[in-house]
Design a protein around this ligand. Structure first.
Ligand SMILES: Cc1cc2nc3c(=O)[nH]c(=O)nc-3n(C[C@H](O)[C@H](O)[C@H](O)COP(=O)(O)OP(=O)(O)OC[C@H]3O[C@@H](n4cnc5c(N)ncnc54)[C@H](O)[C@@H]3O)c2cc1C
Length: 389
């Protein structure tokens, strides 16, 4: 791997995460993937090392570091296993950040210390059976009844939402109708175990077998009025802001996937011999590996530029554009990279005993989660001033 231009602190941190992933994740990951096992103990070790608190302030138990560090952690974990990478990405980006960004001091003190320490996890429920890309079409509704919200509806595909250490999910819900007829959407936090809130069985997914994903139903769920997160009616703006950061973090996960493909192919093409020479001596193979290195470099540059903008306090259109471009490029490059890696491994690449098969299955969701490639293209085109619908 070529040396990224990063500070000595970032470099040291990268090595710490890399060592952790090699020691604690790599030896077990194939078995966990086969068993669809969510390794709570590893999540909690990540918590002990401060990974979940990287961007949280020290007074809440966080590390008070920067967004770049979070991206480094996600990339290095994702280089060993994408599910472990997404568990951290969603734990911070979707679990902690909405409360950290929009919560009151009292809400932060109530919910965040356990999440920041990695003792518990939280999910963010935006997607519904009829509302994914069109997230404003949310049907889940919340009605204020005295001092309580009564929530009814359903969410689907929600990460970290039903594990044995999940403490809550934050959901978007319609809390009324505006004068112009559009939905008023607000964000409400629902603790696990609240009567009427059920996390259904884990999905049988193509990839991300080690990640925790559930459908959720809410049937007359009652939570105190102070579980409203931020201002009533600001839910739409809140999730848009949440997704900007999330897209940069997903780009970091995709860079980890591309780098893994590169690592595996460099090693394999030096070992595997055909026609009396290593396959790396054939241009047809070597050029594909060179393409992997190029994708890793370009993807890393875009991702850490977007992270640096975020760390510099840039918000609004410039950050959105950088986040969408990084997410679009890296997720599509990761899918291409896993296809190339599987090809370089030949028939062995199709066998589950080789990690390229797992990366091949895991990569596809990168083009779908936190805004599909089509949605990113739509946002990028709009950012250019085009009147695309
Ligand atoms: C494993 C996994 C984990 C997830 N985790 C979470 C989570 O933690 N929280 C959460 O809220 N959601 C989560 N999701 C949901 C994910 O964000 C959505 O699946 C995604 O946003 C797409 O929504 P959809 O599935 O409803 O597809 P749809 O919106 O129905 O899209 C179907 C197709 O139509 C295309 N399309 C839709 N609208 C347009 C348009 N205007 N222009 C062009 N093309 C368009 C899409 O790009 C796509 O190709 C997760 C999904 C998965 C699979």
């Amino acid at each position: 791997m070529s040396q990224p231009l990063e500070s000595a602190d970032h470099r040291d941190f990268r090595h710490l995460v890399r060592d952790f992933a090699r020691a604690e994740v790599a030896p077990h990951v194939a078995q966990w993937d086969r068993d669809h096992h969510f390794p709570v103990d590893v999540v909690q070790k990540m918590g002990d090392l401060g990974f979940f608190g990287l961007t949280a302030p020290e007074e809440l138990g966080g590390v008070g570091s920067d967004f770049t560090s979070l991206c480094i952690a996600i990339e290095e974990l994702g280089r060993v296993d994408q599910s472990i990478g997404i568990t951290l990405e969603a734990g911070v980006g979707l679990g902690i950040n909405p409360i950290l960004t929009f919560g009151t001091q009292e809400q932060k003190e109530r919910w965040l210390p356990d999440l920041i320490a990695g003792r518990r996890l939280a999910g963010f429920g935006l997607t519904e059976p009829g509302a994914g890309s069109d997230a404003g079409a949310t049907r889940t509704k919340a009605v204020l009844d005295g001092e309580e919200w009564v929530v009814d509806g359903a969410k689907q595909f929600i990460t970290n939402s039903g594990s044995e250490i999940t403490s809550l999910v934050t959901v978007t819900a319609r809390t009324g109708t505006r004068e112009n007829g559009s939905a008023e959407i607000s964000t409400i936090t629902i603790p696990a175990g609240t009567p009427g809130f059920v996390a259904g069985p884990s999905y049988d997914k193509l990839g991300w077998h080690i990640s925790d994903t559930h459908p959720l139903t809410f049937d007359g769920v009652r939570v105190p009025a102070d579980h409203l997160l931020g201002e009533r009616g600001r839910g739409y703006a809140q999730f848009l802001a949440t997704l900007d950061d999330g897209r940069i973090a997903i780009a970091a996960l995709a860079v980890g996937c591309i780098q893994a493909c590169l690592d595996l192919c460099v090693e394999y093409s030096g070992q595997r011999t055909t026609f009396g020479k290593p396959i790396g001596a054939k241009q047809g193979v070597a050029f594909q590996v060179a393409d992997l290195a190029t994708m890793a470099e370009v993807g890393r540059a875009m991702t850490y530029r977007a992270a640096a903008l975020k760390d510099a306090g840039v918000t609004g259109p410039d950050l959105k554009q950088a986040a969408s471009i990084a997410k679009l490029y890296t997720s599509e490059a990761a899918v291409t990279a896993t296809r190339i890696a599987t090809q370089v491994f030949g028939g062995y690449g199709f066998m589950e005993e080789y990690p390229v098969a797992r990366f091949y299955r895991d990569a596809k969701i990168l083009e779908i989660g936190e805004g599909t490639s089509e949605v990113q293209r739509m946002l990028i085109a709009r950012g250019l001033g085009l009147p695309v619908e």
